[in-house]
Design a protein around this ligand. Structure first.
Ligand code: 13P
Length: 257
């Protein structure tokens, strides 16, 4: 089995307008070296309204980064005011789509069933879901972290077939570490990502689970990326705040230098 290709993604959340987005990508590209792209995937997830401008700049400057979206709707088209479909994202060269980010789950009421429907829609069109899971502080303190994350995985991945292990990514993002500056220790993150892989193994079998990428997310910074990436079951990072700084995100992407 070939080694898993690391995947570093920047989730810009609701930050930067489409003009600022162009600047951010240009500055990021300036800070990155050709070697930084080698042997790993780099993904940018700007807000919907910036996808087109980021797509254009990635293409025109031939930047080897992939485009990601932060969510989607599960229907292909119709009277769904305000929603964005996967075929629309496909037309913009979007490769990855986040499904079930904790902010979507918490603030917009996305249940495992909703995340499951979105994951299926993303897959149906050949795009790659990044399925997000993670426990709250309360759940962690009650010793329920593994149980909660396992349950989220089972619900979100119900009926989802994975034949190409690279085609579905899981992001483990403990809610208490998101935007708080409080990162899980590499040991804790590893323990949880190993638990995620164990569940993937029971869903998809040993070979597939061994090939699937599991990202860690939650206050990833230039100062902690190396220790996180050194862990056996951590195959990448889903970066929020630090992906809005071209310098910081370049240091995270370029952590092997
Ligand atoms: P921060 O890196 O800002 O903690 O956000 C993590 C996250 O939610 C990425 O999806």
């Amino acid at each position: 089995m070939a080694a898993r290709t690391p995947i570093i993604a920047g989730n810009w959340k609701m930050h930067r307008d489409h003009l600022e987005a162009i600047q951010l990508v240009q500055k990021l590209a300036y800070h990155l070296e050709e070697d930084d792209y080698e042997g790993q995937e780099v993904v940018l997830c700007p807000p919907f309204v910036s996808l087109r401008s980021v797509q254009t700049i990635l293409q025109s400057d031939r930047l080897p980064m992939q485009l990601g979206a932060q969510t989607c709707y599960d229907q292909d088209e119709g009277a769904f005011t305000g929603e964005i479909s996967v075929p629309m994202l496909e037309r913009l060269d979007v490769t990855y789509v986040l499904a079930g980010h904790s902010e979507r789950r918490e603030l917009f009421g996305e249940t495992d069933e909703v995340v499951n429907a979105k994951t299926a829609a993303i897959q149906r069109h050949g795009l790659r879901p990044i399925v997000c899971v993670g426990e709250s502080l309360e759940q962690r303190e009650a010793g329920q972290a593994v149980e909660v994350v396992t349950e989220q995985l089972r619900g979100s991945l119900a009926g989802i077939d994975v034949s190409d292990p690279e085609a579905l990514v899981v992001a483990y993002e403990p809610v208490w570490a998101i935007g708080t500056g409080r990162t899980a220790t590499p040991d804790d993150a590893q323990e949880m990502c190993a638990a995620v892989r164990a569940e993937l193994r029971s869903l998809y079998g040993e070979d597939t689970a061994t090939g699937m990428r599991v990202q860690y997310g939650g206050s990833v910074k230039p100062g902690n990326i190396r220790a996180l990436m050194a862990e056996a079951d951590i195959d990448g990072a889903l970066v929020g705040g630090a992906s809005l700084s071209s310098e910081d995100f370049a240091l995270i992407v370029g952590h092997r230098r």
